[in-house]
Structures are given as C-alpha cells and as structure tokens.
Ligand binder design. Sequence first.
Ligand code: 5GP
Ligand code: ZN
Length: 114
Amino acid sequence: MSTCIFCRIVEGSIPAKVVYQDEDTLAFDDITPQAPVHTLVIPKRHVAAVQDLGEADQALLGRLLLTCRKVATEKGLADSGYRIVANTGRDGGQSVFHLHFHVLGGRHLAWPPG
Ligand code: 5GP
Ligand code: ZN
C-alpha cells in the first residue's frame, strides 16, 4: 500500500468525495475547504510537485488544467470566476507532496496571497 495520502485516495484505500475522474486525472473535494468550492485536481500517477515535471509531461499538464476547468464549470463557477493554485515546495506552502491543483471559488478571493 502506498504511503502517499493522495496515491491512497487514487487506490481507493482512503475515501474522498470524488467530483470527476478520467484515465489520467482525479478531482476530489478538499477535506478542509477554504472556500465554498475547494476541489483538488491530481494526476493518478505519483508526481511530487510542479518542479518534478518535465517535457514528457506536457499532455498530462494539459489534462490537469482541463480537469480544473471541468470541475469549475460543474461547480457553477464559470461566470463568477475561480482560482487555480499549485503550492510548490516549502516557501510555496505545499504540505502534501503529490502534485495537486486547488480549484477555489464561490466567494471573492483576496489578492495578493499572504
Ligand atoms: P497543499 O498545502 O499541499 O497545497 O494542499 C494540500 C491540501 O490537501 C490541503 O488543502 C488539505 O486540506 C488537503 N488534504 C490533506 N489531506 C487530505 C485528505 O486526506 N483528504 C482530502 N480530501 N484532502 C486532504
Ligand atoms: Zn502520491
């Protein structure tokens, strides 16, 4: 069994509220939502962070962003807008080292981030 929490969600050994999935990507609601909509979009294959991606991952990155778009549309955010965030590494505030995009919306999101 994997030690990575998000790999375990992919395997189904940790439950999650799955919003969407396809062959390469999975979207599920964040366990500690920071906005009315807070969904995480991940690759099913383990990749630790944006910094670990390379040229060979172009198609996967496209799929991940299209899944973010699909989630935002299905959650009713297409008109109101939303934010896609990929915290990366220590200063980026990443706490789970399996690549994920946060899709946040349903309220006005402040800028700049803290
Ligand atoms: P990061 O801080 O790495 O950018 O984001 C990790 C996110 O994963 C956090 O928003 C956190 O709430 C979420 N998270 C951590 N563990 C779990 C879990 O077991 N299930 C779900 N659905 N979300 C989780
Ligand atoms: Zn993983």
